[in-house]
Design a binder for this molecule. Structure first.
Ligand code: MV4
Length: 580
């Protein structure tokens, strides 16, 4: 086993890995940016080294600073967590050359799965079917028309060197083929620097079902059941569950076998996830994620297998201590991601800032993984995951009820969170009946009743009110009351500042200048000059804090100016469009 493990990450996943190391008796080393000097992962690790810098690029992605920390600490292995260096084959090679173990897959497996066409070919080679389509690069819209007429519409055009759903275009009929192909190529070029595209049949109501696998360096590979991650918006998962419910046992077995074949086909070692689309009883391979995923705890709760412990053991060269027959999926687990985002009206605007109060749920079958404590700040420079609430129940309805109970106990103050949207999903009859698909949150779920937390009524900033909780006792009985008091009425206010500017959907008197709330990249322009818009209509999509955000109109009117193009970088406060 390793003598010291450096965790090249931050937040809840760094804490998760540090805990696994401690349980195995392995000293852990944290690294930290200037903003994370007092972060939980730094306090929990046995040693910690400064990387310097604030943004991810200046700190957790600064190869030289990480290599220096490895050198200084004498760590003999690095756990990359997820994101950052976790799927970076060059980083894995660089540390391996220094005699340090990368707690992850072989770099060659990362390379194969990092490129969509080679990932599709890797599955074809082991007879695992993707969505019907081609691995040939598209050269003309005529190919799309021929495919659509033969196999049926719609057809999806995907970027060969893309990922994460970016650059995917849907062609509904022959007359859209040329326009959508041109648009797909343009987007692929601007995001990925290459414009090659291929096509597949487009599935209109798929579920996102993924299989957790675990492989050692002795040729053993097992699957640890499925997860359903269909409850997502703009490719950000909101709720994940294990197992994927309502799928016949023989299909689950076939998916598991397919996942193991794909993993073995690329000589995989480590925990990994093979993604499928599931529709009308059929499943289609999509891609493989060559890392530990955010939603891994859902699998841990139904299998009893500690995935980080297993990652450390297989990276150290140990053989798996169990076979496929030993693995049993018991009961049902649900994970809810608690993000610092304001879901008011379905907008999901990032809500960075200090967490003024954090009180986490507990009780039977309840787990909360976080990297924050009250007083810590969610920085705009990193992802906005505050924590993950994971529950286990003996069946799915029990797990849903337990999650709703636990969410009721969870209190996060100072930042807006996704909790109201999570509750709306968990209480929805479609979710209970497993009638949701990957499109469901965006197309069916109604979040118009979800308001911003801790903001007062209408008006300008001079009468901003904040919510105050107060306990009172009346005739010996305890009551909790909420009061909305002017923000300025108490100097020691720790309540959040109003986010009205970006979240108020009701008013029509806002500014005609459409500004972005923070630095990021414009990934989509949703309007054209001359369009008439209502207050609350999406104008552009801004990618910031690793997620896509709708920037909405503050007032109704006509678009007279658009000052940005897709792919442009913008700073907080920049005007991107004008409404008159
Ligand atoms: C698809 C699809 C339907 N048909 N491919 C989006 C992300 C990328 N990794 C693959 N994605 C999709 N590919 C075909 N042929 C629907 C999606 C999709 C999706 C997939 C998984 C999870 C969420 C999704 C949300 C929208 C679309």
């Amino acid at each position: 086993m390793f003598s010291k493990v450096l965790i090249a990450n931050r937040g809840e996943i760094a804490v998760r890995v540090i805990r696994a190391c401690r349980e195995l008796g392995i000293p852990s080393v944290a690294v930290y940016s200037d903003l994370d000097r007092d972060a939980l992962h730094v306090r929990l690790a046995d040693e910690a080294y400064a990387l310097g810098g604030q943004t991810a690029a200046e700190s957790y992605l600064a190869t030289d600073a990480i290599l220096a920390a490895i050198e200084a600490s004498g760590a003999d292995a690095v756990h990359p967590g997820y994101g950052f260096f976790s799927e970076n084959a060059d980083f894995a090679r660089a540390i391996t050359q220094r005699g340090v173990t990368f707690i992850g897959p072989p770099p060659s497996a990362i390379d194969i799965m990092g490129d969509k066409i080679s990932a599709r070919e890797a599955a074809e080679k082991v007879d695992v079917a993707g969505v019907p389509g081609t691995t040939d690069l598209l050269t003309s819209p005529d190919e799309i028309v021929a495919f659509g007429e033969a196999k049926g519409w719609p057809v999806a055009i995907k970027a060969a060197y893309g990922g994460g759903g970016r650059g995917m275009k849907v062609v509904g009929s022959a007359d859209e083929a040329a326009g959508q192909l041109a648009s797909a190529k343009r987007e692929a070029l601007s995001y990925f620097g290459r414009d090659e595209c291929y096509m597949e049949r487009y599935l209109t109501k798929p579920r996102h079902v993924e299989v957790q696998i675990l492989a050692d360096s002795h040729g053993n590979c097992v699957y640890l059941g499925t997860r359903d991650c269909s409850a997502q918006r703009r490719h950000q998962k909101l709720i994940e569950e294990a197992p994927a419910a309502g799928i016949p046992a023989d299909i689950i077995t076939a998916m598991g076998d397919a996942a193991v074949k794909v993993a073995k086909g690329c000589d995989y070692v480590n925990a990994g996830t093979v993604e499928f689309l599931y529709e009308d009883g059929g499943f289609y391979y999509l891609e493989m994620n060559t890392r530990l995923q955010v939603e891994h705890p859902a699998t841990e709760l139904v299998t009893g297998i500690d995935l980080v412990e297993q990652q450390l053991k297989v990276a150290a060269g140990e053989a798996l201590a169990f076979t496929q027959d030993d693995i049993e999926v018991r009961g049902h687990a649900i994970e809810v991601r608690i993000n610092a985002e304001d879901p008011a009206g379905g907008a999901f605007l990032p809500s960075p800032g200090p967490i003024t109060a954090l009180s986490t749920p507990d009780g039977f079958g309840t787990r909360f993984d976080t990297g924050y404590e009250a007083g810590d700040e969610i920085s705009q420079f990193y992802d906005n995951l505050i924590g993950k609430l994971i529950v286990w129940g003996h069946d799915r309805p029990t797990a849903i009820a337990r999650m709703l109970r636990a969410l009721g106990e969870l209190k996060v103050e100072g930042v807006a969170t996704t909790i109201p949207a999570d509750i709306a999903i968990l209480q929805h009859p479609d979710f209970a009946a497993i009638q949701h698909s990957t499109k469901w949150v965006e197309e069916t779920l109604d979040l118009s009743m979800v308001g911003s937390p801790a903001t007062g009524g209408s008006g300008d900033d001079s009468d901003v009110k904040v919510k105050r909780e107060l306990d009172v006792e009346v005739n010996g009985k305890r009551f909790s009351v909420s009061m909305w008091v002017p923000e300025t009425a108490d100097g020691g206010s720790t309540a959040p500042r109003s986010r009205r500017k970006s979240s108020d959907q009701s008013g029509g008197s806002g500014s005609g200048d459409v500004t972005v709330p923070m630095q990021g990249t414009i990934v989509k322009i949703s309007v054209a000059i001359g369009d008439s818009v209502e207050a609350g209509d999406p104008i552009v999509v801004l990618e910031a804090m690793k997620m896509e955000n709708n920037v909405v109109a503050e007032k109704a009117g006509t678009i007279t100016e658009i000052r940005v193009s897709e792919g442009d970088s913008v700073g907080g406060g920049d005007v991107v469009a004008v409404i008159e």
